[in-house]
Design a protein around this ligand. Structure first.
Ligand code: SF4
Length: 352
């Protein structure tokens, strides 16, 4: 059983903020709580309610707001926050939906990144990083990360900011400021959470959580209703160039699209005839989708906000930005210089 000193140690470090960490997992297992009681006893009713709240916050807001996470939170509430995490994972696993797994994991990672950014003690940040295999040392005013750790962690991050040529690389180490270190740590946190979902949930767990699972499914369905496929009229998906097909696939698969990639995709879709709602429907399948933000960005690109209607970038820009992926033989012709040219050619060919 956990001792009072264990709790004080855990509390000093985490304050219910990094619930995915090994330290917290160890702390929870040391509590040795009976699963049947955790699922059904009135004693843990608040922990279960908070668990449902965590998942619904992830669905609606795309992030989990920390509730009982300050240093002076009463111990009982902090314990509810701690126990809500494994319970929330059980609820997500009962729903058993790939999209929810990713959205929930991303929301928890957002929450953790918020606290890490505001952490006064950099050693807490490093401890979380080390647990996840992202070693770091303080070097002067920077944080030094081994080259290979950096490459492994940023492999799905396509923004220019993360390209190797833009890094401060010295003697096998990449030097980052705290904001950038936490950004890549968030990526690690996301992957560590999502890889363990779904957890095994037997019939007893499913039965005990069925009411909460039903509530979560209603919210998930409401969100998915925004995914409705719009009538694409004359648009021909088969004529999309490989770069655009790749971007659509990546964002639907949970990859974090760079600003440049979002711009390229939005401006291309708008030019071939998608309206705002149709573009939102494409982006809404991404696990980090936030309607307000997506709408603002799209309205900016299609000229509703800025009154400038942006044209999609050509192949040269796409290549420089690492957005030209899997070009095919048509891409290899000497006259191919724009994704729109590819699209028009393919579409015309299809009509012949
Ligand atoms: S060559 Fe042009 S059209 Fe083809 S994939 Fe690359 S950017 Fe897209």
């Amino acid at each position: 059983m956990a001792q009072a000193s264990d709790y004080e140690d855990w509390r000093k470090w985490h304050s219910a903020r990094y619930l995915f960490s090994e330290r917290t997992k160890h702390f929870i297992s040391e509590l040795d709580i009976d699963l049947e009681k955790l699922l059904n006893s009135i004693t843990f009713g608040m922990a279960r309610s908070r668990a449902k709240e965590r998942v619904i916050e992830a669905i609606i807001q795309g992030k989990v707001g920390g509730k009982w996470t300050s240093q002076d939170t009463p111990a009982s509430n902090m314990m509810n926050e701690i126990l809500s995490y494994p319970l929330a994972r059980m609820i997500v696993s009962c729903v058993d939906d790939e999209y929810l797994n990713r959205r929930y994991a991303l929301a928890e990672a957002e929450n953790a990144a918020y606290y890490l950014q505001n952490e006064d003690d950099i050693e807490v940040v490093f401890t979380v990083g080390r647990e996840l295999g992202l070693k770091a040392d303080k070097e002067g005013g920077s944080i030094a990360v081994p080259f290979e750790d950096f490459v492994e962690t940023t492999k799905d991050m396509s923004a220019k900011e993360w390209k190797l040529v833009n890094q401060d690389l010295r003697d096998g180490m990449i030097y980052l400021d705290k904001r950038r270190y936490i950004r890549i740590l968030k990526e690690k946190i996301y992957h560590s959470i999502v890889k363990d979902l779904p957890v095994a949930v037997n019939k007893d767990i499913q039965g005990s959580l069925s009411g909460m699972v039903a509530d979560v499914e209603v919210k998930l369905d409401e969100l998915k209703d925004t995914f409705v496929e719009h009538d694409l009229g004359e648009v021909e998906e088969g004529a999309y160039p490989p770069c655009i097909k790749g971007l659509i696939k990546e964002q639907a698969g949970g990859k974090n699209l760079s600003h440049e990639a979002r711009f390229a995709l939005t401006s291309f879709l708008h030019t071939i005839g998608f309206d705002e709602e149709q573009i939102i429907a494409i982006f809404s399948k991404s696990p980090d989708f936030r309607l307000d933000l997506a709408r603002y960005q799209i309205e900016h690109v299609i000229g509703k906000i800025s009154s400038t209607e942006y044209t999609p970038p050509g192949c040269a820009y796409m290549k420089t930005g690492g957005l030209c992926k899997k070009p095919d033989s048509l891409c290899g012709t000497d006259w191919m210089n724009h994704p729109l040219t590819y699209y028009s050619y393919k579409k015309k060919k299809g009509e012949d």
